[in-house]
Design a protein around this ligand. Structure first.
Ligand code: ADP
Length: 404
């Protein structure tokens, strides 16, 4: 059975999935796994296609001290115990910089170019590149593909891509990139099947997970995003503040004496729903809490989604549909109901029964703008890109060179 390995490596975890290639480009998910607690309490957990547990193991801290070590453990579990030898590996890479507007086959030259974007995403890019480098070293002939969170947004116009700062900074890469591109691309590709009437029109997609952003799609292409240079901007998130006056950062530095790395930690880890509520970064816990600050954090989250919906509708010069996706968007009927209620001025009206069942279409038939829930699948998107780049390579190449 030909398989594709998808890898999503972060600072403390390596998530991986195995897809089998069935017939003409059809992919079926076979395994979902992750090694988390890298350098703290390492654990391998994996489940099969029907959710059955395949592995649940703890490792001593010194055995999994970094991302390459985690990748080695996941790789040898797949190879030696499950006899899985993927024909290619697709990686989630957060930053493709200004140049990469689509996935790319990886070689040493591409890795060198991607290293240049480490300073644009210092918390993510090095961890994304680590398993790429280990696989290049251990299995030099195994095809690898990099899929970027920024690539889908490279269609933005110049006004959407700039900040009002001197041009030289734009030239060196200080731009409004936008992120969650693999999720938006998946949703854009799913819309012709899910909602053919609106797929080629003006659509706002709200990706509401631990990280959260919104994207304006016109004819299936991204024209605007709430995120910018980094994944800090836009909506409030689990632990990130979203839009923040840069003056607050200056205040933290000048009045609070915080260093750049203190500020970075603070903005990525201590703000957002967690900072505002003082209760949790997890929406389920906030919804279950009676704490007034948890309520304020939810109110703020909903308010900012609706403010940003107005901004994106202006970018689109109108609106034909609204889509919810990701952990909160797919599962929280309460958040969806509150957002749709606050967008009532746009002529949106909710089908409460459909919403509480997490139906695909959750607006009433008389709603001027239909509202959908479309579960995202970034890993499938990566597997599809990987397979299609593999197919474009000189014939036979990939299959002869698989890892053994
Ligand atoms: P990521 O992939 O960015 O880590 P997810 O897309 O998995 O994040 O989303 C995680 C968020 O989704 C968490 O805030 C979690 O509380 C929220 N979530 C998941 N299920 C529900 C639910 N049933 N109700 C409310 N929130 C939920």
């Amino acid at each position: 059975m030909d398989t594709i390995l998808v890898v999503n490596a972060g600072s403390s975890s390596v998530k991986f999935q195995i897809f089998s290639v069935e017939g003409e480009g059809i992919l079926r998910r076979q395994i979902k796994g992750q090694i988390d607690g890298i350098a703290s309490r390492p654990r391998l957990r994996a489940s099969g296609a029907n959710g059955e547990t395949l592995a649940e193991r703890a490792y001593p801290i010194e055995a999994v001290a970094n991302v390459p070590a985690a990748m080695e453990i996941a790789g040898s579990w797949l190879r030696d115990e499950l006899r899985i030898h993927p024909i290619a590996v697709g990686h989630r890479v957060v930053h493709g910089g200004p140049d990469f507007d689509r996935p790319v086959s990886i070689d040493h030259g591409v890795v060198a170019r991607l290293e240049r974007f480490v300073n644009l995403a210092p918390l993510h890019q090095p961890h994304n590149l680590a398993p790429i480098r280990s696989i290049l070293a251990g299995f030099p002939s195994l095809p690898q593909v990099a899929c970027f969170d920024t690539a889908f947004h490279r269609t933005h116009s110049a006004v959407a891509d700039h900040y009002a700062i001197p041009h030289r900074l734009h030239a060196e890469g200080v731009r409004r990139y936008g992120f969650h591109g693999l999720s938006y691309e998946y949703v854009a590709k799913a819309l012709p099947r899910v909602a053919p009437d609106i797929a080629n029109r003006r659509v706002i997609v709200a990706h509401l997970g631990s990280g959260a952003s919104m994207c304006a799609l016109n004819e299936g292409r991204s024209v605007e995003s709430t995120m910018g240079f980094t994944a800090l901007d836009g909506l409030p998130m689990g632990t990130r503040p979203g839009q923040l006056d840069p003056g607050v950062v200056l205040y933290l530095i000048s009045e609070k004496g915080m260093s750049a790395s203190n500020v970075q930690d603070f903005l990525y880890r201590d703000c957002g729903l967690k900072g505002l509520s003082g209760v949790s970064n997890d929406m389920r816990e906030l919804e279950a809490s009676d704490d007034a600050k948890a309520k304020l954090a939810i109110d703020y989250f909903v308010y900012r989604i609706c403010l940003n919906a107005g901004m994106l509708a202006a970018a689109l010069q109108g609106l034909d549909a609204f889509v919810f996706t990701a952990g909160i968007g797919e599962n929280s009927a309460t958040i969806r109901a509150r957002v749709v209620e606050q967008l009532g001025w746009l002529g949106v009206s909710l089908d409460h029964a459909g919403n509480s069942r997490n139906s695909r279409l959750i607006s009433r038939s008389e709603s001027r703008i239909p509202v959908y829930v479309v579960p995202t699948d970034e890993e499938l998107m990566i597997a599809q890109h990987t397979l299609s780049l593999l197919m474009k390579q000189p014939s036979g190449n990939s299959r002869q060179e698989r890892a053994s």
